[in-house]
Design a protein around this ligand. Structure first.
Ligand code: SF4
Length: 383
C-alpha cells in the first residue's frame, strides 16, 4: 500500500492576526460543530482511497486548531482511526496557539493520539506580538510548554517570524537564545522560522503603509538571517529546509512528504490534496463548504492534472527547498529521465549565476547561499 499524508484544516481563530491572509474565521463559534461534522463526512467520502492507502502522517493546521473544543479533534481522529490502526506510531501534529491551548485540551490531544505539538510563538517580545496582533504573550507560550511537559508531549516545534514591526537584531537574537535555553527541558526539537510576507488587504499592510509601524531595513534582515543560521546550527538544530531547523531525526515527516511530492489528502475548507498526479483545492467559503457536503455536492473548486513535464518542474522546485536538494538518481528513477537532459538550460544558467550547486561527488543539486536568498528567481526558471 502506498503512503498518504492527511491534512485537516481547522479554519477558526480567536481573532485575526494583522499579517494573516489565510482562510480563517473569527467569531464563528456557532459553526464549529457543524463544520467538524461535515469535515468528518468529507473524510468518509474518501473511504475507498483511505482504505487502500497507508496513512503515514496526520497534521491539524489552520486557522487555530487549539481554538476549538478538543472533543472535535478527538472526533476527527476517531474517524481516521477507522482507516488506520497505526495512529499511535505515526507522526500526528497539531498547531496550537498559546492563548487557547490549555492543559485539558493538551491532555485530550495526547489521549487521542497527537504526539507532536507545533506552537505558534512568532516572537518572545510582547510588544512585537502586540504589533502583529497575536492573541498571546511570551508567558502564555511558556505555560503551554510547561503543560506539554507535564503531560509528556515530548516532540515540540516552535514557529518564529522575522522581520517584524518593532523587532531589531538584538531582540531577534534574544528570541532565538531564549528558545535555545528552553529546548532541553521542554523537548523543543524543531524550529520553523518564516519570513514575514506583507499581503494586500491585511491590517499589517495598512499599518505599514500609513506609517504606524515600520520594519527593519534589508541589511538588518540579512544579519538576522545570518544570526538565525549560526545560532541554531551551533545548538544542533540543523537546517533541512529553507525555513525549517530540527534536531536530527525530528524533521517534520508530514512536510517532507510534501517536498518529496508525496501523496496527501487535505480535508476541510480551502484544503488542498495531491493524489495520483493531480492537485485539488477545496472551496474557501465555509458556508458553501458546509452546504455542499451536507447535500453531497463536490467541494473541490480547483483541479489540475499535471503532465509529466509539470510534475518534473514541480518536483525540482519542491526538492530545492530542502538542503539536501535533488538527488539526481532519485529524479532519474522517479521520472525515468535524465535531469540534465530535461533541464540542461535552466540548470546551466542557475549554476553560472551561482544560485545552485551541482555536486558531482554527492550526485545532487541544491541551492547556494545566494540561491536561498533569491529563491523566487530560481523557482521562476521552472514555472
Ligand atoms: S492564528 Fe494563524 S490563521 Fe489565525 S489569524 Fe493568526 S496567523 Fe491567521
Amino acid at each position: 500500500m502506498s503512503d498518504i499524508g492527511i491534512y485537516i484544516h481547522i479554519p477558526f481563530c480567536m481573532k485575526k492576526c494583522h499579517y494573516c491572509d489565510f482562510v480563517s474565521y473569527d467569531n464563528c463559534h456557532d459553526k464549529h460543530e457543524e463544520y467538524i461534522d461535515m469535515l468528518c463526512k468529507e473524510i468518509l467520502q474518501y473511504s475507498e482511497i483511505l482504505s487502500s492507502h497507508n496513512i503515514s502522517t496526520i497534521y491539524f493546521g489552520g486557522g487555530t486548531p487549539s481554538y476549538i473544543d478538543s472533543k472535535y479533534i478527538t472526533k476527527v481522529l476517531e474517524v481516521l482511526k477507522l482507516f488506520s490502526s497505526n495512529i499511535d506510531n505515526m507522526e500526528v501534529t497539531i498547531e496550537v496557539n498559546p492563548s487557547s491551548a490549555n492543559f485539558d485540551k493538551l491532555v485530550d490531544y495526547k489521549n487521542s493520539g497527537v504526539n507532536r505539538v507545533s506552537i505558534g510563538l512568532q516572537s518572545t517580545h510582547d510588544k512585537v506580538l502586540k504589533n502583529i496582533g497575536r492573541s498571546h504573550t511570551y508567558n502564555d507560550f511558556k505555560k503551554t510548554l510547561e503543560d506539554c511537559n507535564k503531560i509528556g508531549i515530548n516532540n515540540i516545534s516552535v514557529d518564529l517570524m522575522y522581520p517584524l514591526p518593532g523587532l531589531n537584531l538584538n531582540m531577534f537574537t534574544d528570541s532565538l537564545n531564549s528558545i535555545i535555553k528552553l529546548k532541553d527541558k521542554y523537548n523543543i526539537k524543531h524550529i520553523s522560522v518564516y519570513n514575514l510576507e506583507v499581503h494586500e488587504n491585511t491590517r499589517l499592510k495598512f499599518l505599514l503603509d500609513e506609517g504606524y509601524l515600520t520594519l527593519c531595513d534589508e541589511d538588518t534582515e540579512y544579519e538576522m538571517r545570518n544570526k538565525l543560521n549560526s545560532i541554531l546550527e551551533k545548538n544542533n538544530f540543523h537546517k533541512y529546509e529553507i525555513s525549517n531547523y530540527a534536531i536530527n531525526g525530528y524533521e517534520s515527516k508530514h512536510n517532507i512528504n510534501y517536498w518529496n511530492q508525496g501523496m496527501y489528502l487535505g480535508f476541510g475548507v480551502n484544503a488542498s490534496s495531491f493524489f495520483n498526479g493531480t492537485r485539488y483545492t477545496n472551496i474557501s467559503d465555509i458556508d458553501k463548504y458546509i452546504y455542499n457536503i451536507k447535500n453531497n455536492i463536490s467541494v473541490i473548486s480547483e483541479k489540475s492534472e499535471l503532465d509529466k513535464l509539470s510534475l518534473m518542474k514541480e518536483y525540482v522546485i519542491l526538492r530545492l527547498r530542502l538542503m539536501d536538494g535533488i538527488k539526481v538518481v532519485d529524479f532519474n528513477k522517479k521520472f525515468n529521465a535524465n535531469i540534465f537532459d530535461i533541464f540542461n538550460t535552466e540548470l546551466t544558467s542557475l549554476k553560472n549565476d551561482n544560485l545552485i550547486i551541482i555536486d558531482k561527488e554527492r550526485n545532487n543539486i541544491y541551492l547556494s547561499n545566494r540561491g536561498e536568498e533569491v529563491a523566487n528567481i530560481v523557482w521562476e526558471k521552472f514555472v
